[in-house]
Design a protein around this ligand. Structure first.
Ligand code: T1G
Length: 707
C-alpha cells in the first residue's frame, strides 16, 4: 500500500481507496500514487475491473491549492498541467474497466479524475462540480474538455463559470453519472465493477465526438455566456477564461483543446486574481478558528434565539436566524415598532418570492420562525440573545441588565453595537463572561460579515459558540478586539475622511463613487453613506463630542454634519449625498452638493480643482491599509488576513483583489509607505505612517508572516 492509496484485491475487482484526510486533496504525491496504483492493478492478472474511491467522508475535493504557490511562472504551470493531463490520459487508457465511486464531494481535480475513469457512480448526497472559478482559475486537468463531452456545453459552461456543484441527481441527469447508489457505496461499487469486469468494456471520455449541431449550439452558448458575464463578472477574469477553454474544446481536437486549457489555466493561476482568491480561501478558514490564546472548548448548541430591539438591524438579525432555520423571538417595548418590523420583514420575504429569489415555502417557514413579543416570557428558554437597541450606552447597559435577569446562566449575551464599549455592557450585565459583541453589517440578513467582539472577560465557550453561530447563520466570522469601531468601521472612518476631503478638493461625489466602483467596490463611499444613513455617523460624532472625544485627529469635513442638520440622511429621507425619487434607490446627482463643497473649500481657503480617478483610488486605499496596519499594531485584529475577510464580507471589497491589506501587499508596501509620506507632505501631518508599515518596509517583510 502506498502512502495515499490503499489497494485491496477482491478478485476480480481491485478496490483503490485514496487516503489523504480530511478531504483527499490531490497533491503531486497523491496524483502520482493514484497513477502507480491504477497501473499496478491493471497489470494484475487477477483483476478484471478497478474501483477508485475516497477514504473518509468524501471522494476528492480537488487539487491541493497550497501547492499553487510553487507555480510562479506560466512555464511552471504548463509543466505541472502537462504531467496531470498525461497521467489522466494513462488512466483513461487503462485496459480494464475503471469505475469512480463517489461520495461527499468530487470537486475540481476530483471531478476531472472521475471523468477520466470509464464509469462513474455516486451516493445520493454526493456533490460534483468545478469550483475553480471561485479561486480565480479554471479546471486545469482536462475538465473543460471532458465535461462538454459528458454533459454537453451548456452544463459545462454553467459548472465552470458559476462554480456551484451539482447534486448527484442533477449530475446523473446531465450525463456525469452512470448510476446513483442507494445503499453502501463500497459494496455497490464492488458489485457494479464485477459486472463491468464481465463486460470487459472501457469507455474513454476523450473519444466522445459531439455532433455538429451540439457544437454549434455550444458555440452560441459560449457567446451568450460571455455576454452575460459582461454584466456580472465585475472585472473577474476566470469566468471568461473558462468560456474560452470550453469554446476551444468545441473548435479543436481533444489534444489541441487540452493544450489551450493548460495555457489558459497557466495564465490564470499566476495572476493576482487567483492569488487573491486563494488567499481569501484560507483567510476565511483561519478567521473562523478560535484565537491561539483561547482554550479549546466546544461550542454550546444554539437552538433558540432572541433579538431585543426591532429596528432595522434587529429585524435583519431576526431574519438571519430564521433564514438559518432557527426560531427567534423579536422583542421591543414599542408595539408599533414591532408591527412595523414584522410588516417590513413580511414585505422583504414577499419581494424575494416575487423576484423568484425565494421559494414560497421558505418564506412561510422563515416567517413562522420569527415571533414578535413585548415581554420576556420566552427568554428563559433561549440560548442566545442579541441586543440591538438604539446606539446609546446607557440604554444598552439597561438592556443588558434586564436581559441577564431573565435568561439562563449559560445564555450567550451578544450586543450588535457598532461603536460602544463591550466591556461596559458586560459589567452592566453582571455576567461578563457570557457577553460578547456580534456586530452584524447592514442589511444583517444579507451581508456575510460577523465581527465577534471579544471583551476582556468573554469566555472561551462564548467565543467558540459565537463561531458556531456564525457558521449556522452562513456568516464569515472575524474575532476582533474591543476598540472604537472595532475593525471594519474603524478603518472605514479613515477611508470616508479622504473621500470627503477629496470632494472639497475638487472631485465630485459621482466621480469619487465612480472611481471606487471601477476599482471593484459594489458602491462608492458616498452611496454607502446614503445607504447606511448620514444620521448614524452624525450621532456617533455627537456621542463622542459629548464625552469630549473625536474619532481621530486631523482635518474633518463639516459637510456630513451639515447634511444631517438639513435632514438629508440619505436614502431614508430621499436625499443625502444624492437625491432619490420617492420609493427609488437610484442615486441622482444633486447640484446642491457641489455648491456645499465649493463653500466648504472656500472656508478652508481651498480652490477646488481636477482630481484624477487613480489618485482617488490610491488615496482611499492607502488610508485603509495604513489604518489597517495600526489595527494590527493595537491587536484589534489577529492578522492582516482577518482584515481582508472583514472588508470583503462587510463592504464587498472585490474578492479578486484579496482585501485592502492584500491589495497593499500586491502593489508593494514600499509604494504604500511612499504614498503616505507624499500625502503627509501635501495634506498635513495627520498622514502619519503606521509604525508597523514602516517596520515591514524596513525589514522587507509582508503583512503575511511567512508568505
Ligand atoms: N486546497 C487546499 N486545502 C484545502 C482545499 C484545497 N482545494 N480544500 C479544503 N482544504 C482544506 C481547508 O483549508 C481545511 O484546512 C480542510 O481542508 C478542510 O476543509 C486540478 C486546479 C470540500 C466543501 O475549490 O470547498 O482542483 O482549516 O474546512 O467545511 O483542475 O473544503 O483544516 O487546516 O473547507 O468540510 C478545486 C475547496 C481546487 C474545493 C469541504 N476544489 N474545498 O468543506 O472542510 S482547484 C475546491 C471546499 C482544482 C483542478 C483544479 C471545502 C469542501 P484546515 P474545509 P469542509
Amino acid at each position: 500500500m502506498s502512502d495515499y492509496v490503499r489497494t485491496e484485491i477482491l478478485a476480480p475487482v481491485a478496490l483503490l481507496t485514496i487516503e489523504n484526510p480530511p478531504v483527499n486533496l490531490l497533491s503531486d504525491e497523491v496524483w502520482e500514487a493514484i497513477d502507480r496504483a491504477v497501473a499496478a492493478a491493471a497489470a494484475d492478472a487477477a483483476v478484471g475491473a478497478i474501483v477508485l474511491m475516497g477514504g473518509g467522508t468524501t471522494f476528492v475535493a480537488g487539487a491541493d491549492i497550497r501547492r499553487f504557490a510553487r507555480l510562479a511562472t506560466i512555464d511552471d504551470a504548463m509543466m505541472r498541467t502537462g504531467w496531470t493531463h498525461a497521467m489522466l490520459r494513462r488512466l483513461e487508457d487503462t485496459p480494464k474497466p475503471l469505475v469512480a465511486a463517489i461520495h461527499g464531494h468530487a470537486l475540481g481535480g476530483g471531478l476531472e479524475l472521475a471523468m477520466a475513469c470509464h464509469f462513474r457512480i455516486a451516493t445520493l448526497d454526493a456533490r460534483l462540480g468545478q469550483p475553480e472559478v471561485g479561486l480565480g482559475i479554471i479546471p486545469g486537468a482536462g475538465g473543460t474538455q471532458r465535461l462538454p463531452r459528458l454533459c454537453g456545453p451548456d452544463v459545462a459552461l454553467r459548472l465552470c463559470t458559476d462554480g456551484t456543484p451539482l447534486t448527484a441527481e442533477r449530475a446523473a441527469h446531465a450525463g456525469l453519472l452512470d448510476h446513483i447508489v442507494a445503499g453502501d457505496l463500497r459494496s455497490s461499487a464492488l458489485g457494479y465493477a464485477r459486472a463491468k469486469a464481465v463486460q470487459a468494456r472501457t469507455r474513454k471520455t476523450r473519444e466522445v465526438v459531439l455532433p455538429p449541431d451540439v457544437i454549434d449550439a455550444g458555440l452560441a452558448a459560449c457567446a451568450a455566456t460571455r455576454a452575460g458575464l459582461a454584466a456580472t463578472a465585475r472585472g473577474r477574469r476566470a469566468p471568461l477564461a473558462a468560456v474560452d477553454a470550453i469554446e476551444a474544446g468545441l473548435l479543436m481536437s481533444f489534444d489541441d483543446g487540452s493544450l489551450r486549457e493548460r495555457e489558459i489555466f497557466a495564465a490564470c493561476v499566476v495572476a493576482i486574481e487567483s492569488r487573491a482568491l486563494r488567499h481569501l480561501f484560507f483567510a476565511e478558514r483561519a478567521a473562523a478558528r478560535l484565537p491561539a490564546d483561547v482554550t479549546r472548548v466546544g461550542a454550546a448548541t444554539v437552538r433558540y434565539a432572541a433579538v431585543v430591539g426591532a429596528g432595522t438591524m434587529g429585524s435583519g438579525i431576526a431574519m438571519a436566524y430564521a433564514n438559518a432555520g432557527l426560531p427567534v423571538v423579536l422583542k421591543d417595548v414599542d408595539g408599533a415598532a414591532l408591527d412595523r418590523a414584522m410588516t417590513a420583514i413580511a414585505r422583504h420575504y414577499e419581494s424575494a418570492v416575487a423576484k423568484g429569489r425565494l421559494e414560497s415555502y421558505r418564506r412561510d417557514r422563515a416567517l413562522a420562525l420569527i415571533t414578535p413579543t413585548m415581554d420576556f416570557d420566552e427568554f428563559p428558554q433561549v440560548d442566545v440573545v442579541v441586543e440591538a437597541v438604539f446606539e446609546d450606552q446607557a440604554l444598552k447597559e439597561r438592556a443588558f441588565a434586564e436581559i441577564a435577569a431573565v435568561t439562563r446562566e449559560d445564555c450567550l449575551l451578544a450586543s450588535n453595537t457598532s461603536t460602544l464599549d463591550i466591556d461596559a455592557l458586560a459589567e452592566a450585565s453582571g455576567r461578563p463572561a457570557q457577553v460578547v459583541g456580534h456586530h452584524f453589517f447592514s442589511p444583517a440578513n444579507v451581508m456575510t460579515l460577523l465581527e465577534i467582539v471579544r471583551g476582556r472577560r468573554t469566555s472561551a465557550a462564548v467565543l467558540s459558540t459565537s463561531l458556531a453561530i456564525a457558521r449556522q447563520l452562513g456568516k464569515s466570522a472575524v474575532i476582533v478586539g474591543n476598540g472604537f469601531g472595532f475593525v471594519a468601521n474603524r478603518m472605514l472612518a479613515y477611508y470616508l475622511r479622504e473621500a470627503l476631503l477629496l470632494l472639497e478638493e475638487g472631485a465630485s461625489v459621482g466621480q469619487i463613487d465612480g472611481a471606487m466602483t471601477a476599482f471593484g467596490m459594489p458602491v462608492g463611499p458616498f452611496a454607502l453613506q446614503d445607504i447606511a444613513g448620514i444620521d448614524v455617523g452624525a450621532r456617533i460624532r455627537q456621542h463622542l463630542a459629548a464625552g469630549g472625544r473625536t474619532w481621530a485627529s486631523g482635518p474633518q469635513s463639516r459637510l456630513p454634519d451639515q447634511l444631517y442638520r438639513m435632514g438629508r440622511y440619505g436614502q431614508k429621507t430621499n436625499a443625502g449625498w444624492y437625491r432619490y425619487e420617492p420609493g427609488s434607490r437610484h442615486p441622482i446627482a444633486d447640484p446642491l452638493i457641489e455648491q456645499l463643497a465649493d463653500d466648504a473649500a472656500g472656508a478652508r481657503g481651498l480652490t477646488r480643482g481636477a482630481v484624477a480617478d487613480d489618485d482617488i483610488v490610491a488615496r482611499l486605499l492607502t488610508a485603509l491599509a495604513n489604518e489597517g496596519a495600526r489595527v494590527l499594531e493595537e491587536r484589534l485584529a489577529q492578522r492582516a488576513a482577518d482584515i481582508d475577510v472583514a472588508y470583503c464580507h462587510g463592504f464587498g471589497f472585490p474578492r479578486a483583489r484579496g482585501g485592502p491589506m492584500f491589495h497593499a501587499h500586491t502593489i508593494g508596501l514600499d509604494t504604500v509607505l511612499a504614498r503616505v509620506h507624499d500625502y503627509r507632505a501635501r495634506f498635513g501631518d495627520y498622514w502619519q505612517p503606521a509604525p508597523l508599515l514602516e517596520q515591514l518596509v524596513r525589514e522587507s517583510r509582508s503583512f503575511y508572516e511567512g508568505s
